[in-house]
Design a protein around this ligand. Structure first.
Ligand SMILES: NC(=O)c1ccc[n+]([C@@H]2O[C@H](COP(=O)([O-])OP(=O)(O)OC[C@H]3O[C@@H](n4cnc5c(N)ncnc54)[C@H](O)[C@@H]3O)[C@@H](O)[C@H]2O)c1
Ligand SMILES: [Zn+2]
Length: 366
């Protein structure tokens, strides 16, 4: 098991990563969450039947409560949030309660927001169970969705510790592997060309079966994210780089009504667009020769039906909350592992989106 210490302006906490890392829970509770009065585990309907009992068996001496939300993004809602708080308050949980978020990014964001706001804040521990949750477990962003948009209600709130047990990933679907792995590729592309080479060399199929390869990929991806958020805890500057591939990715997700395509799969297409746009802006070749065949081998789609409607995508991209003065800000590549943000005009983007659409069709058929 590897450890990464995360330093933020407000606190320091450890992330334990590896097969069997969840076995550290009793120790972590004793050392990182001293004097807690009760434990409140929040999980979802897919994860709870698989892992909740094992976790509870590790805590025989403790006062343990649990709440299970339906699996899926719709649970990041005001309604589910209210139910959690009502349950906690009816059980008279006090300020010394520790919340454990056992699940993917949905549970992490929701349980983290409950922890941030219950009685003005109780301590919490993250136990991520998806590959994508390597991303959501670092950076302290917690929150829920509003019918008007995703993640519009939330806080910056750091956990006491993160226990990332890689054994959990074994039950994940291939689609979820692709979703999480896209964010690892993203981390490599914005900050770490060595990791990018490592991934293209070593990962030839998903799921990743080699334990060493998986640990190396996740460890480095977490370090990249940690480095960026430590530099920029409240998202003013370089943290925007994490948005690489996301401007178009979010638009594709929204156009598909969050069905059929996962977050990471959409971001992957967004990254390819960012590559193509960067090549036009800097007038040089940036995409490695082997990238497209590799992406395909891993089972990703290069194209998406929504690309046939560039005007609609552009409208969606303009709604991105990271824009300034209505101009779309894109994270672009100067070279692999070197990115910057640029505002790009609507006309330009529309033209590039059209070109991109025909390029993706070509790639898919070749
Ligand atoms: N806070 C942040 O910084 C941050 C960063 C990235 C993403 N997010 C959020 O994370 C969410 C997406 O996270 P996600 O992809 O983990 O989604 P998720 O939590 O919905 O998990 C995906 C699916 O896999 C299931 N699952 C989870 N773990 C499993 C396991 N071990 N075995 C079998 N099935 C399992 C879940 O029940 C769900 O159906 C989004 O809401 C996104 O906004 C937050
Ligand atoms: Zn993302």
């Amino acid at each position: 098991v590897e450890t990464i210490d995360i330093l933020t302006g407000s606190k320091q906490y450890p992330i334990y990563i590896g097969k069997g890392a969840s076995a550290y829970l009793p120790d972590v509770l004793r050392t990182e969450v001293k004097n807690h009065s009760a434990i409140f585990i929040i999980s979802d309907s897919n994860v709870a039947p698989l892992y909740l009992d094992t976790i509870k068996e590790m805590l025989p001496e403790e006062r343990v409560h649990q709440w299970v939300v339906p699996a899926g993004e719709p649970s990041k809602s005001i309604r589910e949030y209210e139910k959690i708080l009502s349950f906690a308050l009816s059980k008279k949980l006090d300020r010394k309660t520790v919340i454990i978020a056992l699940g993917g990014g949905v549970v992490g964001d929701l349980a983290g927001f409950a922890a941030a706001t219950l009685l003005r804040g109780v301590r919490f521990i993250q136990m991520p169970t998806t590959l994508l949750a390597h991303d959501s477990s670092v950076g302290g962003k917690v929150g829920i969705n509003h019918p008007i948009g995703k993640n519009l209600i939330g806080a910056f709130y750091q956990p006491e510790a993160v226990l990332y047990d890689l054994d959990f990933l074994e039950s994940m679907s291939v689609k979820e592997w692709r979703s999480g792995f896209a964010e690892i590729i993203k981390g490599a592309l914005i900050r770490d060309d060595e990791l990018f080479r490592f991934l293209t060399d070593r990962v030839q199929q998903l799921p990743i079966e080699n334990e060493g390869t998986l640990l190396h990929a996740i460890f480095n991806a977490i370090n990249i994210k940690a480095g960026i958020v430590q530099e920029d805890e409240h998202e003013s500057g370089v943290r925007a780089h994490l948005n690489f591939g996301h401007t178009l990715g979010h638009a594709i997700e929204a156009e598909s009504r969050f069905q059929n395509i996962s977050h990471g799969e959409a971001v992957l297409i967004g990254m390819l667009f960012a590559f193509r746009l960067s090549e036009q802006l800097y007038q040089k070749r940036l995409m490695p020769e082997n990238l497209i065949p590799w992406i395909k081998r891993l089972g990703y789609s290069i194209s998406h039906p929504s690309l046939a409607k560039p005007e609609l995508l552009l409208e969606r991209m303009k709604q991105d909350k990271k824009n300034e003065n209505k101009q779309i800000r894109m994270v672009v590549l100067k070279s692999i592992a070197k990115v910057e943000t640029r505002t790009v005009t609507d006309e330009r983007l529309l033209k590039e989106l059209k070109d991109f659409h025909s390029w993706t069709k070509q790639c898919e058929s070749s």
